[in-house]
Design a protein around this ligand. Structure first.
Ligand code: IFM
Length: 447
């Protein structure tokens, strides 16, 4: 049988992604820690505890990432560690982050650092968090400190992770810890301040480190009407899709604030991003009238759905969303993509089919610069606790023992060869020989 190899460009970044609260452990000054202690907030009342023990020993997973052939990793900083009380910066915490970042460089792994990934210092919540305009100066000050102390080690930055998910989970559905301001008032109050925080962080970084690249990590899903549905449902799906997927980016592109309270502009926001980070996981069907929430009737009965009904596996959506980003004319990094799959039943095929969509995008010369798989190692999945396992490496949170999943080995082969091959499919996901590798001739899209 003919062998196929889909090659990626030589300078493509092959990474994995994590977030501080989910892997570090013992983040006791964070709003999430306080939230976890309440009954019934986390599935089965599970606790983050040591998480993946990165605060004590991130290095063991960095060794694994290096062995996997990763040349990039996306991680986040925990604001509540760096500034446990207002204006009190913890030199030891900053020192530990410096050690971790240096450890990445020593292993040939380029860091991409997120400043805000869902968790806040407890003191910020007491001050009204994103519903209070004071947050902008606090966020600017925190960013300035981080850039001054760690900036020489950080070539790529993300200001705020998944702002629309954060707004939804924190203010509207209540699965994330909340400040004093639940509901639409809270959500509408937080959006402008989050945008202002983004703009403040962007300019603070660029003033100090003009060479740094600063972007956002935007969770985007295919949100569409079920085939054959009414014109109203199609219109509604388009509105929901714009609201969730593109409103934030449009604000960044032109500085405008799109809210029912009227259109305004935010100073220094327009154009404040050097790249788009795309977090892509799934597709949802959307109907009008909505039944059971905005995202109702979520998938077809025969859809392949991951653990805990997290979502349908829909690789073609990654290509569709990449295409929807072309009008912004910015480089694109896939800053998250993964699947909760404890038994690694779906992940090998998930990896190959999604990477194949990226390869397809590259073959059209779309500017996709890198891929960060979520996640390197199993970690604490917020309100779902330890029930959803996204790791290429399996973790036993009790013993902290790590075991390579087959998909980890597959990703290692992909990263090391910078390619997808029919041999990998034979070994890890033979069903793909009849789909993505059927009749493919070897093609090289490297420059
Ligand atoms: O674990 C989360 C991450 O924190 C943000 N993006 C989605 C991941 C999987 O649900």
């Amino acid at each position: 049988m003919a062998r196929a190899q889909l090659l990626f460009p030589k300078d493509f970044l092959w990474g994995t992604a994590t977030a501080a609260y989910q892997v570090e452990g013992n983040n006791r000054n964070s709003d999430w820690w306080a939230w976890e202690q309440g009954d019934g907030r986390i599935l089965h009342n599970q606790k983050s505890g040591l998480a993946s023990n990165w605060w004590a020993n991130a290095e063991q997973d960095l060794d694994i990432a290096a062995e996997m052939g990763n040349n990039a990793h996306r991680l986040s900083l925990e604001w509540s560690r760096i500034e446990p009380e207002p204006s009190v910066f913890d030199a030891a915490a900053l020192g530990r982050y410096r050690e971790i970042l240096q450890g990445m460089h020593q292993r040939g792994i380029e860091p991409m650092v997120t400043l805000h990934h869902f968790s806040n210092p407890l003191w910020l919540v007491e001050k009204g968090d994103f519903n209070s305009a004071v947050v902008v100066d606090y966020f600017r000050r925190y960013t300035a400190k981080v850039v001054d102390v760690l900036g020489d080690l950080i070539p790529k930055w993300i200001t705020i992770n998944e702002p629309m998910v954060y707004i939804f989970m924190r203010y509207l559905n209540g699965a994330f810890p909340v400040g004093q301001h639940r509901g639409w008032t809270g959500a509408l109050g937080a959006i402008p301040n989050l945008l202002r925080c983004h703009a403040a962080a962007y300019h603070t970084i660029k003033e100090r480190r003009p060479e740094a690249l600063v972007g956002v990590a935007k969770n985007m899903a295919v949100l569409q009407a079920r085939p054959g549905s009414t014109a109203l449902s199609r219109w509604w799906a388009g509105r929901v899709s714009w609201l969730f997927n593109h409103m934030w980016l449009d604000s960044l592109a032109n500085g405008r604030l799109y809210l029912p309270v009227g259109r305004r502009t935010i100073p220094h926001l327009a154009g404040s991003y050097d790249f788009i980070g795309l977090n892509y996981y799934t597709r949802f069907y959307v109907n009008f009238p909505p039944r059971g929430g905005l995202l109702s009737d979520r998938w077809e009965p025969d859809a392949v759905v991951s653990d805990g009904n997290y979502g349908e596996i829909y690789p073609a959506g990654l290509f569709q969303i990449i295409e929807s980003l072309l009008p912004y004319k910015k480089p694109i990094y896939i800053t998250e993509n993964g699947v909760p799959d404890k038994d690694d039943r779906l992940r090998p095929s998930f990896l190959m089919t999604h990477l194949r969509e990226i390869w397809r995008a590259l073959s059209f010369c779309y500017p996709v610069m890198g891929y960060y798989h979520w996640s390197l190692v199993d970690n604490f999945e917020w309100d779902r606790g330890w029930t959803q396992r996204f790791g290429l490496i399996e973790l036993n949170p009790e013993t902290q023992e790590r075991t390579w999943r087959e998909s980890g080995r597959l990703y290692q082969e992909i990263c090391r060869s910078r390619s997808l091959t029919s041999r990998q499919a034979e070994k890890y996901a033979p069903e793909l020989l009849q789909t993505i590798f059927r009749g493919e001739a070897p093609v090289d899209v490297s420059p």
